[in-house]
Each structure stands twice: as C-alpha cells, then as structure tokens.
Write a protein that binds this ligand. Structure first.
Ligand code: AMP
Ligand code: ZN
Length: 111
C-alpha cells in the first residue's frame, strides 16, 4: 500500500534496523524502544490489523507467530522470556495500520 509506513520499509524506501527477513516476513528494531529489546515483526503483505483478518489469513497469522518464536529464541536470545503484543485499532493503541507483533524483552517486564 503506497502510503503505508511499514510497506515503505518493506520496499526499502524507508530504512530500518533489520533483525530478520524471509520471503513473507520482516522484523526490525522499534524506533522508540519500550524495553531493552523491542522488535516488530510484520508480514510483507498489507493487512491493516488483526481485526481486519479473515479465515483466509489464518495461515499467515500462524506463520507470523512461528516467526515471532524463532526470532525471539534464535535471533534475539530471549530464552529468559519475553512479551508479545498486538495492538488492534486506535482504541488498542495501534498507530501504524499494517499488522505487526511487538516482541519486548531484555529485562524483567512489569505487569
Ligand atoms: P503500534 O502503536 O502498535 O501501531 O506500534 C507502532 C510502532 O512502530 C511504535 O512502537 C513505533 O515506535 C514504531 N515505529 C514507528 N515508525 C517506525 C520506524 N520508522 N521504524 C521502526 N519503528 C517505527
Ligand atoms: Zn502496509
């Protein structure tokens, strides 16, 4: 989507601090980290939010969570634990309308 920030990052039009990339997903460090490790995982296809997903997106969502686990365990070495957050729509704190998973870790997180 041409006016989507994360689609521009996927296209290489806006730089990112990349952690992981494959044919379907990209992960990069959040520009305003809220924990010592704060990484975003996004699909390369534009899907606005979890609330906009349908059953047709089930495989994509499952693959995304599989990548989240791999990135947290293998790329980020967060064996001690981490938090996974998906903000949904404005009322849920979603600011970028391209679905993304936050991985937060690197310290004991408050409740
Ligand atoms: P959300 O509030 O769930 O939509 O999360 C969007 C996240 O994207 C926020 O944590 C922002 O700090 C982060 N963000 C915004 N612009 C960029 C960027 N250019 N590179 C990396 N992270 C970004
Ligand atoms: Zn997008």
């Amino acid at each position: 989507m041409s006016d989507c920030l994360f689609c521009k990052i996927i296209a290489g039009e806006i730089p990112c601090n990349k952690v992981y990339e494959d044919g379907n997903f990209l992960a990069f460090h959040d520009i305003h980290p809220k924990a010592p490790t704060h990484v975003l995982v996004i699909p390369k296809t534009h899907l606005v939010s979890l609330a906009d997903a349908t059953e047709a997106d089930s495989a994509l969502l499952g693959q995304m969570m599989d990548r989240v686990r791999y990135i947290a365990d293998v790329e980020l070495n967060l064996e001690v634990g981490y938090r996974v957050i998906i903000n949904v729509r404005a009322g849920g704190g979603q600011e970028v309308d391209h679905i993304h998973v936050h991985i937060l870790g690197g310290k004991t997180l408050p409740f």
